[in-house]
Design a protein around this ligand. Structure first.
Ligand code: SF4
Length: 221
């Protein structure tokens, strides 16, 4: 099977995608404001085929395959990788083990994984049990105005925990942040002239901080 790993220029990282049907835990806000909808409408006639290929690829991918792929790349950054730029990587326990395998076979690469799987109590428990052992995984617990309070409750109930130390809470929805908390504004989305990309960002999603809850605010777009 041909690989479906793409290089995404605007974040300067390799990425794997899945169809939007994998977004099992999306909020209503997320469905209404999905940043991929516009693109998918533009390429509607290719969507079905692309979706099938990406989903089939995800189901057979192993950490070793990704290691082999990355080992051949000389001119593009391989120390950071995104799972995923479209769709949800974590829909069930098998996905969690797949991500574990990917991380543990590629310890020189940091994996950024935005997810709303924290909305499922069962998935949260699996993540804590399995993914806490991956030192190179950076989970982004994705939130928006619909589920911001829900996220705070979930995190409060599970802290402190090693998984939460490597997790960042991300907020997207309005330019106004909904609480009086210390927030890092994502330079890529707030500063139009910035040269920072996710591959070079030093203070955002990739840092690990065991002492405080990291929150990143993405600008409305
Ligand atoms: S905070 Fe940094 S790493 Fe996170 S999305 Fe923004 S630019 Fe990328």
């Amino acid at each position: 099977m041909n690989h479906q790993i793409k290089f995404c220029k605007h974040i300067n990282m390799f990425t794997i995608n899945r169809p939007r049907e994998s977004c099992h835990f999306a909020s209503d806000f997320c469905f209404k404001n999905c940043y991929h909808a516009k693109m998918e409408n533009l390429y509607a006639r290719y969507k079905e085929e692309a979706d099938k290929k990406e989903e089939a690829y995800w189901h057979q991918i192993t950490g070793e395959q990704i290691a082999t792929f990355l080992s051949t790349k000389r001119t593009r950054p391989t120390d950071r990788f995104r799972l995923m730029s479209r769709g949800e990587a974590l829909t069930n326990k098998r996905d969690i083990w797949r991500v574990y395998d990917i991380c543990m076979n590629n310890l020189d690469t940091l994996f950024m994984l935005p997810t709303k799987a924290w909305r499922s109590h069962r998935m949260m428990e699996y993540m804590k049990d399995i993914l806490s052992n991956c030192p190179n995984l950076r989970l982004l617990f994705s939130t928006d105005p619909d589920i911001w309070s829900e996220a705070l409750k979930v995190i409060g109930a599970h802290m402190p925990h090693p998984l939460i130390a490597r997790m960042t809470l991300t907020y997207f929805g309005t330019d106004e942040f909904p609480a009086d908390l210390e927030v890092f504004k994502c330079p890529k989305t707030w500063d139009k002239g910035t040269l920072v990309t996710c591959a070079t960002c030093q203070t955002g999603c990739f840092i690990e901080d065991r002492d405080r809850l990291k929150i990143i605010h993405f600008r409305k777009h």
